[in-house]
Design a protein around this ligand. Sequence first.
Ligand code: PLP
Length: 363
Amino acid sequence: MKRVYNFSAGPSMLPLEVLERAAAEMCDANGSGQSVMEMSHRSKDYKPIIEKTEALLREVMSVPDNYKVLFLQGGALLQFAAIPINLAGVEFGTQRKKATYIDTGIWAKKAAGEAAKYVDVHVAASSKDKAYTYIPDAPAPAADDAFYHITMNNTIVGTRWPSIPETGNVPLVADISSCILSEKLDVSKFGLLYAGAQKNLGPAGVTLVIVRDDVIGNAPSWTPDVLKYDIQAKEGSMFNTPPCYAIYIVGLVLEWLKNMGGVSAIEARNIEKANLLYDYLDNSTMFRAPVEKNSRSLMNIPFVIGDEEKEKRFVAEAAAEGMVNLAGHRLVGGMRASVYNAMPIEGVKALIGFMEKFAKANA
Ligand SMILES: *Cc1c(COP(=O)(O)O)cnc(C)c1O
């Protein structure tokens, strides 16, 4: 068997233990005589799977009891619409509500653009002036804001909020697609957290929403039922068929994470991985990390050479050595190493070893 170090921003690596366990259970899960893919979502075989996944998530993230955990479909992008509709949508012909968005990159901008269909979006701060290489100061929300939105980790540009903005009574909403479970997070500071699974949580196809009880239940009457948080909460994410198999894999990933020592142990490992790479980059004469130091992501680490031909060759030669998907996002260029929870420290060391070799050969 050949396994590469996959530095993709998403979908991305899963722990080998998880894949092996899934393979072992593929044709006969738990003595049921079926794979999880074949089970009715309402069957006695499947029910414990989704219940265990939710319980594990609540445990490892310390989700308070007054929050619902929802397993939905449509990715983070559907949440870009579902959030403004549920939290601030109004009946046709009535005065629109307001929401604050902070523009920290391409996903943040997309979220604000989608929300503007449903609410009056106020972009209170942006780091566009420096190509999104830092996190701007967070202005206070307006008193009449229905919610305040941030993108916690900016996957494409490689920044992350160094601290959580203070928004008082205005519910804070965060896209945590690319940093969920990478470090400790105080859920109680948020009205709503959401994440597509395919970066740090499992396979594509399931989207996690963690939402405080008091911010749900106000969706206007025209809201599609599948998008209504109160309906999904009441039905235990089973208003319609949930992404059963993806939820099962998320459960296995959470079990793996718990066995590794939980979020604090993973956080320590992630800091070690990121420090190794940033230290190398900051001392390199060939490579450079463009993001300001106090805004750097633990998960997505962009770097450049500043010579397009060499960058292309770097990505190709790294792939030939089993380190794949190191090209930067098509909108920003350069390189990017995504080092999510499942990337072992050996992968980061192998990458640095290759960078040293490349730097010597091309000095
Ligand atoms: C990947 C990503 C998205 C897009 O998520 P989908 O699940 O593809 O809709 C949105 N926001 C962030 C921060 C991401 O990293």
